[in-house]
Ligand binder design. Structure first.
Ligand SMILES: [Zn+2]
Length: 384
């Protein structure tokens, strides 16, 4: 009851404040519309030509000033298109990218501040965002809480394909139709799911694949918001800390690589204990995947167990990790300090045919034991 009264008071106060503030805001808007620096306030009311007369360039502007800005954007690596003196969508996107990289408001309008920065000697050039071959090299790429994707925000894996175009709906349900992954990993996924089908295990669903920087930002934000909603006494930093236990910081999620997928049983509320989970745990390695986060390795991976999150590393690496009960962190450490001979390069250096490498499982080894995992509702499946 008390609580109800308090929130009612809060709502009334908020309405009162809005009423009080309203005229002040309008007056403010009218006043600042006349000044050139208030580009945002002025934008909706003025045409591109009117703005241009004030030195503010936006979509629709044209002429030498636009050419000059375009040329500079091109020199800095932001503009791919033509330098034609026409401020169109391409120029706007280039301006936004420039603003983002230079810590400015990303409105796509080249006002005074943006132009000053653009022509400054220390203007930051476009970072290299050319697609990266994530499967090149003899060692799998490590992404975890200490190792961000190479290139951070501008990282961009090569050879992405849309899953629903590669995988038949009879084989697997793709929860979000735009889900993408790196072609080689998707091919391996296909092979694995076909084998599962032959074993009588179906009803698979993929709920996540490649994730962009922006995807991860919104995912983390929504997790923080949901904690704040369910724990009203939590500070925002506490909610963020809690969210980071299951959702990775942007740039630190394996999903950025395009090699990780969240796979579960369609319609099941938990994945743990399903036949699908058991099958995956036993066989994914044979197709080059690892179960990335297990309970027993939580302290090393830094993530709570996720029996649904698989990462493609290639068959040789996956089988080695399975047979020696290693998580990716331990495995890469071993490759780096020389305690593990890289199975991906071992054969070619010995000059022998690469048949039957480590395909036999040592019967006494841990691969038999199903990874014990924490109970997780299916809706949190897309976490790390
Ligand atoms: Zn995942």
């Amino acid at each position: 009851m008390k609580h109800g009264l308090r929130s009612l008071t809060a709502v009334l106060m908020a309405i009162l404040m809005l009423i009080c503030l309203y005229p002040v805001q309008s007056v403010f808007a009218e006043n600042t519309a006349e000044t050139t620096q208030a580009e945002q306030t002025a934008k909706p009311k003025m045409s591109a030509a009117e703005l241009q007369a004030q030195g503010i360039l936006s979509v629709g502007a044209k002429g030498d000033e636009v050419t000059r800005v375009q040329q500079r954007l091109k020199d800095l690596g932001y503009l791919d298109g033509k330098v034609d003196g026409q401020y169109g969508g391409g120029t706007k996107r280039a301006v936004i990218a420039f603003q983002r990289a230079n810590g400015l408001t990303t409105d796509g309008v080249a006002g005074q501040e943006t132009q000053d920065r653009l022509f400054a000697e220390d203007a930051i050039a476009a970072p290299d965002d050319s697609p990266v071959d994530v499967l090149t090299g003899d060692v799998p790429i490590l992404v975890n809480k200490d190792h961000p994707v190479p290139g951070g925000e501008f990282f961009n894996p090569a050879d992405l394909v849309q899953l629903n175009k590669e995988l038949s709906s009879k084989l697997v349900t793709i929860k979000y139709k735009k889900t993408r992954g790196v072609k080689a990993a998707v091919d391996a996924l296909k092979e694995m799911l076909e084998a599962a089908k032959e074993d009588g295990i179906g009803k698979w669903q993929i709920s996540a694949g490649y994730r962009t920087w922006d995807d991860q930002v919104s995912m983390l934000n929504s997790k923080v918001r949901s904690y704040q909603k369910s724990h009203k006494d939590w500070s925002s930093s506490k909610a963020r800390r809690a969210a980071l236990r299951t959702v990775a910081e942007p740039g630190y999620s394996e999903h950025h690589l395009g090699l990780a997928f969240d796979i579960n049983k369609k319609g099941a509320s938990t994945f743990k204990g399903t036949k699908q989970s058991e099958w995956l745990n036993e066989h994914c390695w044979e197709y080059g995947f690892i179960i990335r986060y297990t309970e027993e390795k939580e302290k090393i991976t830094g993530f709570e167990a996720e029996p649904w999150h698989i990462r493609y590393v290639g068959i040789e690496h996956a089988l080695y990790m399975r047979d020696h009960d290693l998580c990716l962190e331990e495995y890469i450490q071993g490759l780096e300090d020389g305690s593990i001979v890289n199975p991906a390069t071992r054969d070619s250096s010995a000059g022998t045919a690469d048949t039957a490498v480590d395909t036999e499982t040592d019967p006494g080894e841990s691969s038999e034991e199903p990874a014990e995992v924490t109970e997780e509702p299916a809706e949190t499946d897309e976490a790390a």
